[in-house]
Design a protein around this ligand. Structure first.
Ligand code: MD3
Ligand code: FE
Length: 206
């Protein structure tokens, strides 16, 4: 189910490709995202327990990921009411090259971390089927990524993700707990206002 088979490192079946996206292409992706964010402005979702997430988000594609007190889910419109913008072709091209040229992702979730934003340990299980891997692209400041187990508890391992790194989470990694503990502010000049963007490409429908 994925076509690139020489990861720089593999941690608990998370396949990490360091620096796979060259700086010029990173800038091009950021330019494409400016248009996505213009059409679908970032917002901070509310968790089902009522906390405002520290990460800002938006999405592109058929669905966007959304959360409020009613729960986590995929929705077909931005909270402002408009459909999500299309996934930029350059980003789709990476999915087609690395994962599948017959099944496109249904969602490109755009996470933006600034000023101490983090994401607690969680599983991604709002999708209808877990047979497709999730593809992650890191842009901007370095992030400390924590990898856990299928179960909520047990030992975890941490790795730094840098701008241009790509991670593929499939098979046993697909339902592993994971999170972002912290961002090292000012480690990249890719984004004018600093911080880190993570893109995750996901198949949502079965
Ligand atoms: C493992 N994002 O959006 S990307 C998320 O850097 C999320 O913004 C983090 O966790 C970030 O849900 C980590 C790595 C990642 C993304 C999706 C996964 C790991 C995953 C889905 C299943 C398993
Ligand atoms: Fe996740």
């Amino acid at each position: 189910m994925y076509k690139f088979n020489t990861p720089t490192l593999t941690v608990r079946n998370f396949k990490i490709f360091k620096g796979m996206i060259e700086p010029a292409q990173q800038s091009e992706i950021v330019n494409n995202l400016r248009e996505v964010v213009r059409q679908a402005p970032m917002f901070s979702p509310i968790t089902p327990s009522g906390y405002k997430m520290t990460v800002k988000m938006t999405s592109a594609g058929k669905y966007g990921w959304y959360s409020d007190v009613s729960g986590y889910r995929y929705v077909d419109c931005h909270p402002g009411g408009k459909p999500w913008p299309n996934i930029p072709p350059l980003i789709l091209g990476l999915w087609r090259k690395l994962i599948s040229d017959t099944r496109d992702p249904d969602c490109c979730l755009v996470n933006y971390y600034q000023d101490g934003a983090k994401m607690g340990l969680h599983q991604d299980k709002d999708e209808a089927d877990f047979k497709w891997p999730v593809l992650s692209i890191s842009l901007g400041d370095d992030a400390l990524f924590r990898i856990g187990n299928i179960e909520r508890t047990g030992k975890t391992e941490s790795v730094w993700l840098n701008s241009g790194d790509v991670v593929i989470m499939g098979e046993s990694a697909r339902l592993a707990h994971h999170g972002i503990d912290r961002i090292k502010t000012g480690t990249s000049r890719l984004l004018d206002k600093g911080g880190r963007i993570n893109l995750t490409l996901r198949v949502v429908d079965a």
